[in-house]
Ligand binder design. Structure first.
Ligand SMILES: Nc1ncnc2c1ncn2[C@@H]1O[C@H](COP(=O)(O)OP(=O)(O)OP(=O)(O)O)[C@@H](O)[C@H]1O
Ligand SMILES: [Mg+2]
Length: 263
């Protein structure tokens, strides 16, 4: 058995009369790419919001490396080693790609307010290494040549990769991607599959929400399926795509057959 990095236990959230997540339990193994899939409105983004601390759960708990995170604000969870991207791209559109990545890293620059104010030597050294670090990350995601361009001016697929770079800048153990391939063309998707595989090879653990099933089945070691806020299945990709409940609730017979033939 591989060690668990993230465990989500009996997670429930109600918004007024709507139970958006209902008693959801799953574990993400260290070093795995774990998929979280299901139809529109199934509760996938809500699960990300609860795990990252942007929304408070009604009940249940979230544990990272054995430590409970319940009640911790988002920035403390980031400091503990989790980072996420958003279904709708969030970035500083007026800032350069490099500045966007550096903004994602500020948590890891242990400088006091005083040294920032007076621009002491130690801060300049830290800033230099922050620039070098951000450039390394841009290089890793394939955006080093876009470093000085405004985030908002980048091509759509590059903006999606810049979001990943920004998340990587906080040096996470767990990276949560909410529909990273949405709106990408086929060649951008192939580039993204390669990027995620390289992140995994570096030891990062990924939790991936995505509707492109070929993408999901190719990358994931394990998949959890949600429907109407509840977990309806979990297993390896081959098990999940053959599961009649998953086919009925989400995949449809046609997609399931095409996944079989391309596997
Ligand atoms: N803050 C909120 N207040 C009220 N209802 C919410 C809130 N956040 C989410 N919901 C509802 O919770 C349900 C789950 O939404 P969620 O965004 O998690 O779905 P999803 O699985 O990410 O869907 P999609 O694939 O379309 O992104 C939906 O019915 C949604 O309208
Ligand atoms: Mg969503």
């Amino acid at each position: 058995m591989s060690a668990t990095l993230l465990s989500v236990e009996d997670l429930t959230v109600r918004f007024g009369g709507l139970t958006a997540l209902s008693g959801v339990t799953f574990c993400v193994a260290k070093g795995a790419v774990h998929g979280l899939i299901g139809p529109n409105g199934a509760g996938k983004t809500t699960a990300f919001n609860l795990i990252s601390g942007m929304t408070a759960q009604t009940s249940g708990s979230v544990t990272l490396e054995g430590a409970k995170l319940d009640g911790l604000p988002t920035w403390k969870r980031t400091a503990r080693g989790m980072a996420r991207t958003f279904q709708n791209i969030r970035m500083f559109r007026e800032m350069t790609a490099l500045e966007n990545v550096m903004a994602g890293a500020h948590l890891r620059t242990p400088e006091s307010f005083g040294s920032i104010l007076f621009r002491l030597g130690s801060f300049r050294a830290a800033e230099r290494s922050a620039v070098a670090n951000a450039m390394d990350i841009l290089d890793f995601v394939g955006l080093s040549e876009q470093a000085e361009r405004r985030g908002g001016d980048l091509a759509y697929g590059d903006q999606r990769r810049l979001e990943i770079a920004r998340a990587l800048a906080s040096d996470p153990k767990l990276l949560m991607l909410d529909e990273p391939a949405a709106g990408m063309n086929p060649s951008e998707k192939i580039g993204l599959i390669d990027l995620i595989a390289r992140l995994r090879a570096r030891g990062l653990t990924l939790l991936l929400v995505e509707h492109d099933m070929h993408f999901v089945m190719k990358l994931c070691d394990r998949i959890t399926v949600l429907n109407f806020g509840a977990k309806i299945a979990e297993g390896a990709p081959a098990e999940v795509r053959a599961n009649p409940t998953v086919i009925e609730a989400y995949l449809g017979a046609k997609v399931a057959r095409s996944l079989e033939t391309r596997a």
